[in-house]
Design a binder for this molecule. Sequence first.
Ligand SMILES: Nc1ncnc2c1ncn2[C@@H]1O[C@H](COP(=O)(O)OP(=O)(O)OP(=O)(O)O)[C@@H](O)[C@H]1O
Ligand SMILES: [Mg+2]
Length: 230
Amino acid sequence: MLAVNGIDVYYGESRVLTHVGLSVADGQVVCVMGRNGVGKTTLLKTIMGLLVPRRGAVEFRGRNITRRPPYERARLGIGYVPQGREIFPGLTVRDNLTLGARRKQPAPERLDYVLALFPALGGMLGKRGGDLSGGQQQQLAIARALIADPALLLLDEPTEGIQPSIVDEIAEVLQRIKREGRRSILLVEQYLEFARSICDRFYVMDKGVVALEGERQTFDVDRVSALLSV
Ligand SMILES: Nc1ncnc2c1ncn2[C@@H]1O[C@H](COP(=O)(O)OP(=O)(O)OP(=O)(O)O)[C@@H](O)[C@H]1O
Ligand SMILES: [Mg+2]
């Protein structure tokens, strides 16, 4: 599904990712962990095309997409939920979803699908995004990405700063997507338990490199927490 091969990514002259590689198979949930500032968001932005690597390549469903702009990647089937959610505060919930659908109106079956995943949003379609709680905004951001029916969903710290009850709801939705088996998820997550409960494969980054990776069975809580502790 997705293969990131040896990418180096810079901001100006400062190198933030060094030879980072990662792969996500069909239907898999893959987690990326790591302390603040190690380059997790930079990695997702490079996969989405918001940053272009100086070396290395990004392949999606067998195509080299390294130089493709973000809108083409979205069209090819990559959905992105950015860190901090970035919903449009002045637009209604419905209009935020319509933007995610990238057409004049979301197809009714797509709208039904995301409202079945996040029933609370159904009662808020006319509300302004900015009037939702942080947790509701996060759910809206995930729904906005899912409404385009992506084959790969990129999620950047969806539980950050969210109340525990909504974290549980988001975990349930991700488990449900996993059971459906129709899409892959690449999840950046700092909460170790959340990541461990859902991942098929994991990566731990440290200062711009992959420091540890493996299948779920090899997830060693002590080793991972050592890399996450400051
Ligand atoms: N636009 C930018 N210009 C210059 N440096 C940047 C920029 N964005 C991020 N950085 C730097 O790149 C490094 C990696 O940042 P990145 O946001 O990818 O980390 P992160 O792992 O997502 O951190 P966090 O857990 O805080 O979200 C950090 O040192 C950060 O200061
Ligand atoms: Mg980040």
